[in-house]
Design a protein around this ligand. Structure first.
Ligand SMILES: [Zn+2]
Length: 241
């Protein structure tokens, strides 16, 4: 907490003076263009990595940047889940872009990855863990897709976009990092499962992107549908897909 308080004081003396006029304009009106869905990991600083300003984006964070698929709620369509509420708020506010951002060395993905080889005893233990329950319930589909790598990451019948992924041999990603990239694509499919988002995507008024941050290299990657892989963002790759 001491570091946080020191940071607030530093902000107040060094940053606030130059930011105040911008904040005054935003005080009663903001028109963010983007909803960024990312992991709660402490090493991810999305506004720093994207150089975003106040008012630029909504940010929704949880363990593993997961957006539960709409079908998982069955008949309980009114389940008040924060991820669903965030999507609704962002769409109703008029965002133009939605991006899911995963990252390397994700502890949530590590937990998910090890679910496929757990013993019965470990399974019992994990049932008392909320993180395990969260991932088992809402991210199992990512693990299933990962285990079928090479097979197109397709969605259910209402999801017309099939997202495929290939991995560069030379990049030498760990299995957990590969799962993390697959998970980003799965969450993009899950986002499409919400009719009010899918309508916007289909009419082209909202665009959907997959991002992945390599922590050790400090590089942000963008999913390229044509190249079927995440590519480092630079002046050449830009937003080309
Ligand atoms: Zn993470």
């Amino acid at each position: 907490m001491e570091k946080l308080l020191q940071g607030v004081l530093k902000f107040k003396s060094l940053v606030r003076p130059s930011l105040l006029s911008q904040l005054e304009k935003l005080a009663h009106k903001a028109q963010p263009r983007m909803l960024l869905i990312t992991c709660m990991d402490s090493r991810l600083c999305p506004t720093s990595f994207t150089q975003a300003d106040p008012g630029d984006m909504f940010i929704m964070r949880n363990a593993g940047n997961v957006v539960p698929h709409n079908q998982l709620f069955g008949e309980n369509q009114q389940s008040p889940l924060s991820e669903r509420a965030a999507l609704e708020l962002a769409i109703s506010t008029g965002v133009k872009d939605i991006a899911v951002c995963g990252h390397s060395d994700c502890k949530a993905m590590d937990c998910l990855y090890h679910m496929h080889d757990t013993t019965d005893k470990e399974k019992q233990d994990s049932e008392t863990s909320w993180v395990s329950s969260w991932l088992r319930r809402y991210a199992q589909s990512s693990l299933t897709k990962f285990e079928k790598l090479g097979v197109p990451i397709d969605g259910s019948s209402e999801e017309k976009d099939n997202l495929e992924i290939m991995f560069d041999k030379e990049r030498d990603l760990s299995d957990v990092d590969k799962l993390s990239q697959v998970n980003v694509l799965q969450q993009m499919q899950n986002i499409r499962s919400y009719g009010f988002v899918r309508n916007k995507l289909d009419e082209g008024s909202v665009q959907l992107y997959g991002l992945w941050f390599n922590i050790g290299e400090g590089e942000m990657l963008l999913y390229s549908k044509t190249r079927k892989r995440f590519v480092v963002i630079n002046k050449e790759t830009g937003l080309s897909s």
